[in-house]
Each structure stands twice: as C-alpha cells, then as structure tokens.
Design a protein around this ligand. Structure first.
Ligand SMILES: *[C@@H]1O[C@H](CO)[C@@H](O)[C@H](O)[C@H]1NC(C)=O
Ligand SMILES: *[C@@H]1O[C@H](CO)[C@@H](O)[C@H](O)[C@H]1NC(C)=O
Ligand SMILES: *[C@@H]1O[C@H](CO)[C@@H](O)[C@H](O)[C@H]1NC(C)=O
Length: 390
C-alpha cells in the first residue's frame, strides 16, 4: 500500500513537474522567450549595473524611480514596470532579466534584455565626434548585438540550437534611435541639421534586424519613436513662440513632425525588409500613435487633462520639469497619483502610460501587422489604470 501510494505520488509529482515545465516554456503557445535591445525605454537594469562597474557612467534612475515597483530600485527609468514587462506578462512569461545580471539563474531561459539607458543606434564614438558630446554610454546597438552574440553559447549551446532558440524568441528591437537625436537637440543643433542623419539611424536599425534574421530570427517587433514634442523636457527646453504648439494637444509640432519623419522612414525600410524575407514576421510597433491617443483625449483613457503634459516627478515650472533639478535631485517631489500622468520624470513615461501603450500594441491595433493575429496574448492588460502588484 505504502509503496504503491508512494509511486503514485511520485508519478503525480513527475506529471506536475512536466506541466510546470511545459507551462513555463510554452505557456502562451507562441514565444518561450523574449530578446530585447534598446535604450532606457526598455532597460531593466543594465545601465544601473554598468554604472556600478564604471565610475564614468552616469546613472540617475535611483529612487524615487521604482516608486510603485515591488523591489523598487531595479534600474527601470519609471515609477514601475515598462512596456517590455507588460509584454512578457501578457505572454505568460516572467520578467525578462537584464544581460548584466545572473540571467541564467532560473535554469529556464525566458529571454535576455540587452537594452541600456542612454544607448544610441549609432556608435557612441560617432555621436561624440559629430556633436561634440561627452560621455555617451558605450552601449550602442552594435555593442548590444556583440553582447548578444557573446552570450549565445551560454544561453542555447551550439549554432543549430541557437538558431532554433532565436527563431522561437520574440525579438523586441527598441525603441532605439531617440537618443541619437536627443544628443544634438540638447546641444542646441537645429532640426534641419539633424535631419540628414535620420537615414543613417534607420539603416543601423535595419542592419541589426537583418543580422538577427540571418541568425534565425522569425519574429521581430520594431517600434518607432514617441511624440517627444509632447514630453515635458522638450516643452520646457525647446518651446518659446505660441505658434510652435499644436492647438489641440499643446505639443511641439515641428519636433513631432521630425519624429514622424523618422517613423515613416523606418516603416518604409521595414516594408522592404518584409518583401525580402516573406517568411519572417516583421512587426512595426506604433509607439507614437499609441501614446498620441492619450494626448488627444486624456480623460477618456484614465489620464488627467491638466497634467498630461506635466511630469509627475519634478520641482515646478509650467511642465514640472527643470533640466538642472530633475526627478530624484534635491527639491523634487513625486505627485500623488503617478498613473494619472503620462510622464514620470519629463523624459520617461509612467507605468500607467507604458501599460496603456503595451495594451494598445499587443492587444489592440497599434502594430503592423496586428500582434494578436500572430499570437493571441493570454493575459488581458486591463485599462490605463493599474495596480502595481506583480
Ligand atoms: C565600446 O565597447 C566595445 C564592445 O564592448 C569595445 O569594443 C570598444 O572598444 C568600446 N569603445 C570605447 C570607446 O570604449
Ligand atoms: C547541438 O547540440 C544538440 C544537443 O543540445 C545536439 O543534439 C546536436 O547534434 C548538436 N548539433 C551540432 C551541429 O553540433
Ligand atoms: C531650476 O532649478 C534650479 C536649481 O534648483 C533653480 O535655481 C532654478 O530657478 C529652476 N528654474 C526654474 C525655471 O524653475
């Protein structure tokens, strides 16, 4: 009796383990892992780690960043979770660990995130030489790809197994490129002089996409950039004449048109890449129009009309943003209800906005082709407001 019930429980335990393991691996039936590249929009801890190793790497996303995140100071530049976190959640995967961490710790690799805050698409040395900028973080898209290749043997073994792993993974390529423009913009270079560099940025992103396809990638989400002309930092630093503002949204028209120029060129090049690779799912992520929904009608989406252009964390001024005293610096405070704001610190968005964007993309119509038609997500991301429990 004892031995038979023992073996039954052993069989049952074995069965349970298979369920748990397969559940862990294929819970959404589409992608067992996510590989991510990009900048602070997707960085879940790499820059924080880099700054702890290299004293010349500046890191600013310490508390009150992570205000609404369990575990708090993770290196995420928001009050809580990012788009990548909601993507993994909606696919039934755990949070994807940063590359500069013990990412193999779980045993089952659910993906690795190579994104670094401040990263550019073009090499940091190019940006520094071109715009006279100092200390651009040396973690451009090319560097992130080299990290990826270096880490592959530890993640998936030999070349054919890795080709398989890459093919089954969902690859999130960005957002990347925003910082390539932020550097010259903040150095006072006019948009007309930055515009000739857009094709270079786009070509760098497309090259990375092509390289991943050659390595076996089957599904890539490539996001465009946000309407940064609506961000408190831009509104504070670049706006002056009232004619520069869109009468409906209050955003800076020319800066948003510049971003649309980037986004349109990216989409054109992605379409070309699709035609050359008809068996690969190349998905454009429309971050721009997803967040524009909020600026067009904030209260309809759970945000507040009179604060949707203001930063939640700051120290005053018309947009609650001050370049010399930014979120976390002395004198700055955090607003009462972060997730009724779009902007967390004037540059990065709140968890509420990121959740809204993730929902619009992965469960709505803001990707081309529609993400849900390729992979129906399993967890519904409800509404613009949320609880920060995970
Ligand atoms: C940047 O990082 C890459 C890869 O780690 C390295 O090869 C290169 O020398 C670095 N560049 C500088 C300027 O430190
Ligand atoms: C790669 O490793 C797998 C085991 O994970 C093995 O079955 C396969 O034969 C190897 N392939 C090559 C080309 O070495
Ligand atoms: C920005 O912050 C600095 C430092 O706290 C302060 O001296 C300055 O007056 C502020 N500027 C504005 C426009 O509020």
């Amino acid at each position: 009796m004892a031995s038979s019930s023992n073996s039954i429980s052993r069989i049952f335990a074995g069965f349970l383990m298979v369920v748990l393991w397969s559940g862990k691996l294929y819970v959404n039936g589409c992608y067992p892992s996510i590989i991510s590249f990009g900048d602070s929009i997707a960085d879940v801890g790499n820059k924080k780690q880099l700054a702890s190793i290299y004293p010349d790497v500046e890191f600013t996303c310490d508390p009150p960043y992570g205000h609404n995140f369990i575990g708090r100071s993770t290196g995420r530049c928001s009050n809580g979770r990012l788009i990548i976190d909601f993507l993994s959640e909606s696919l039934g995967l755990p949070l994807i660990p940063p590359y500069l961490s013990d990412y193999l710790r779980r045993g089952v690799v659910v993906g690795v995130n190579y994104a670094v805050g401040g990263a550019t698409a073009l090499d940091s040395s190019f940006i520094e030489a071109k715009w006279g900028e100092r200390s651009v973080v040396n973690a451009s898209l090319g560097v992130q790809l080299s990290w990826f290749k270096k880490s592959l043997p530890s993640i998936c073994g030999n070349t054919s197994d890795c080709r398989n792993f890459i093919g089954r993974s969902l690859i999130l390529m960005g957002e990347i490129g925003g910082n390539d423009y932020n550097h010259p913009l903040s150095a006072g270079i006019p948009l007309d002089e930055i515009k000739p560099y857009v094709p270079l940025v786009i070509d760098t992103i497309i090259s990375a996409v092509n390289e991943l396809i050659e390595m076996g990638a089957q599904t890539l989400v490539v996001p465009g950039n946000f309407p940064v002309g609506c961000f408190p930092s831009s509104l504070t630093m670049y706006g002056s004449d009232s004619e520069e503002y869109d009468p409906i949204t209050g955003c800076l028209t020319k800066l948003n048109e510049f971003i649309e120029y980037h986004n349109n060129m990216l989409q054109t090049k992605l379409q070309h890449t699709r035609e050359l690779n008809p068996n690969v799912n190349i998905i454009y992520g429309d971050y721009y129009n997803a967040v524009m929904q909020i600026y067009l009608s904030p209260s309809e989406h759970g945000f507040t009309k009179d604060t949707n252009l203001k930063a939640c964390c700051g120290c005053g001024g018309p947009y609650n943003f001050n370049a010399t005293a930014q979120c976390g610096d002395a004198g700055t405070t955090v607003c009462d209800e972060p997730d009724t704001y779009v902007s967390w610190d004037g540059i990065h968005l709140t968890e509420g906005a990121y959740k809204f964007i993730a929902k619009s993309l992965f469960q709505g119509s803001y990707t081309t082709p529609k993400f849900n038609s390729l992979c129906p997500t399993i967890t519904s991301l409800a509404g613009g407001r949320l609880s920060s429990s995970i």
